[in-house]
Design a protein. Structure first.
Length: 258
């Protein structure tokens, strides 16, 4: 899951002024979406099994399934957009898409520039290593090479702790770097990493970060759209109530992750 203070500030400077007039002029974007009949949702496409590109070059996974179901319940078609994670909020502010459904951690910093619907699942930060690496605590990471996805909340956390970090585009690249020994440990949301390494039969050891509480992933939209937020939340709530959410979670994750 996936925040950086510098990124958010630059996103506001670069894109905020460009869209300020649009947001001020429109009372709510729900009406515009209903007229167009389609909602564009963004994600990295590099975070399996939550969102990834399959062999048929289709973006699939838990996130697109949730996004598509929400759109359907709102009477809208869905268009999926993949983009680099470290610029995904800037793209939303620049009106390149209408929402981010990409396993984005809800944080106070992000909430200053976007509004959130949800959370639609919860997870926890974890540290993963090769078996026998001798890393079993945060103190053991001192002096080690730590891999993270660029722009995720984990990057801020690692920088604040003074770790020697390498940043990458997404989870598949992280796992490859760990497997090939170019990093000593990786930091990631626990669910995605466990499932991805299990699926590729990559052996690992892990421990949860004892300094942070579980966090929620939310759907980000531009600020000032209470009607859109309400309709999306209504659709999400109905999915959770009628069993559809659980079906999607079981298919892609193998468990209820609310």
């Amino acid at each position: 899951m996936t925040s950086r203070r510098m990124i958010l500030k630059s996103a506001v400077v670069a894109a905020g002024f460009a869209v300020a007039g649009l947001n001020a002029a429109a009372a709510d974007e729900l009406e515009t979406l209903n007229e167009k009949g389609v909602i564009r949702i963004a994600m990295s496409g590099a975070y399996p099994p939550f969102n990834f590109v399959n062999d048929q070059n289709e973006v699939v996974g838990f996130d697109p399934a949730i996004g598509a179901e929400i759109a359907s319940r709102m009477g809208l078609d869905v268009e999926i957009v993949t983009t680099a994670w470290d610029g995904i909020i800037g793209g939303l502010l620049a009106n390149k898409y209408d929402a981010i459904v990409g396993s984005m951690t809800i944080t106070a910093e992000r909430d200053e520039v976007v509004d959130f619907v949800g959370p639609y699942y919860s997870d926890k930060r974890a540290i993963f290593t090769k078996p026998g690496a001798g890393i079993s605590s945060l103190e053991d990471l001192d002096g080690k090479r730590v891999g993270l996805t660029l722009g995720e909340t984990h990057e801020d956390w690692a920088r604040e702790r003074g770790y020697n970090i390498n940043t990458y585009k997404g989870l598949p690249e992280l796992l490859l770097e760990l497997e090939n020994g170019r990093v000593d440990a990786i930091v990631n949301d626990s669910i995605a990493a466990i499932l991805a390494m299990t699926a590729k039969e990559q052996k690992f050891e892990m421990f949860a970060d004892p300094t942070t509480e579980p966090f929620g992933a939310g759907i980000a939209i531009r600020e000032g759209n209470p009607e859109l937020a309400s309709e999306m939340q209504k659709a999400l709530d109905s999915m959770m109530e009628d069993g559809t959410y659980l079906e999607i979670a079981e298919k892609w994750i193998g468990a209820d992750i609310r």
